[in-house]
Design a protein around this ligand. Structure first.
Ligand SMILES: C[S@@+](CC[C@H](N)C(=O)[O-])C[C@H]1O[C@@H](n2cnc3c(N)ncnc32)[C@H](O)[C@@H]1O
Length: 240
């Protein structure tokens, strides 16, 4: 898949490419772990989402007198990313939580992963990355497993959807599509990136995986919020 995505033909050409391109090992490793995901995957990204991105989204909502916050975890696998965002949002909103309508949409093509996401039950090893305070507040533990609390699960909606199906929903404030686009050709990535741009509200944020980069027309459209953490914004000044 990766050889085709790069437009190469031979295995030998790929080995040559691999030895010349530093980041390619990371990309290959990501690809070999198809449905693998984690809570708080890439901690610095989640720290920035927690300390800046979600507070900015909440601030803008309050300023505009709006109460709906919409998040899309595209390629959500078994739901860890969506649930991480849910716990952070729940925590940031504190007593104001009930005044907001939060919708976190996870989509994937893999039925088994979606089942796990919908159930919201994870084994002890899987929850290791969840900060202690969040574990205490938003998980019910027994000796072998942990269940995400109902108030967090109630924000979630997991549905089967191929990213290449025509997009019906939009108006998202935050879209995360991480460690998914590595499987696609450059042309497909360029198309998807523009779909994400269109699906965002003005001012909305888009988060990519650490080994992924903006390509195609989306490069001109998005404004960089943090190149290091791969966070981009659809700003009013973005090219129309
Ligand atoms: C490595 S996981 C990434 C999970 C999560 N986003 C993360 O970064 O931890 C990649 C996910 O993308 C999903 N996927 C691959 N192709 C897809 C497509 N065309 N439409 C929707 N999901 C897709 C896979 O089923 C898998 O669950």
């Amino acid at each position: 898949v990766r050889i085709r995505a790069l437009g190469l033909e031979l295995y030998r050409e790929y080995m040559d490419y691999l030895s010349r391109n530093k980041g390619e090992y990371d990309i290959l490793l990501e690809m070999l772990t198809i449905n693998v995901t984690q809570f708080w995957r890439d901690l610095p990204v989640f720290k920035l989402i927690e300390s800046e991105i979600l507070p900015l989204i909440i601030y803008e909502k309050v300023r505009a007198g709006r109460k709906v916050i919409r998040v899309w975890s595209a390629g959500s696998s078994s739901g860890e990313e969506a649930h991480s965002i849910g716990m952070i949002l729940r925590d940031l909103l504190g007593e104001e939580f009930s005044k907001f309508i939060i919708s976190i949409h996870g989509t994937d093509i893999d039925d088994d992963s979606l089942l796990v996401a919908k159930r919201g039950v994870y084994n002890i090893k899987q929850i290791e990355n969840i900060p202690q305070d969040y574990r205490r507040k938003y998980l019910t533990m027994d000796s072998e497993s942990a269940r995400v609390s109902d108030e967090v699960r109630n924000m979630m909606k997991f549905t089967k959807r191929d990213l290449f199906q025509p997009q019906k929903t939009g108006h998202y404030d935050l879209i995360l599509c991480r460690n998914v686009m590595i499987y696609f050709t450059k042309e497909q990535q360029a198309t998807l990136l523009m779909n994400f741009f269109d699906a965002l509200n003005n001012g909305g944020y888009f988060v990519m995986g650490k080994t992924e980069t903006l390509i195609g027309p989306a490069r001109e459209k998005f404004t960089s919020y943090s190149d290091l953490e791969r966070i981009y914004q659809k700003t009013k000044g973005s090219a129309a």
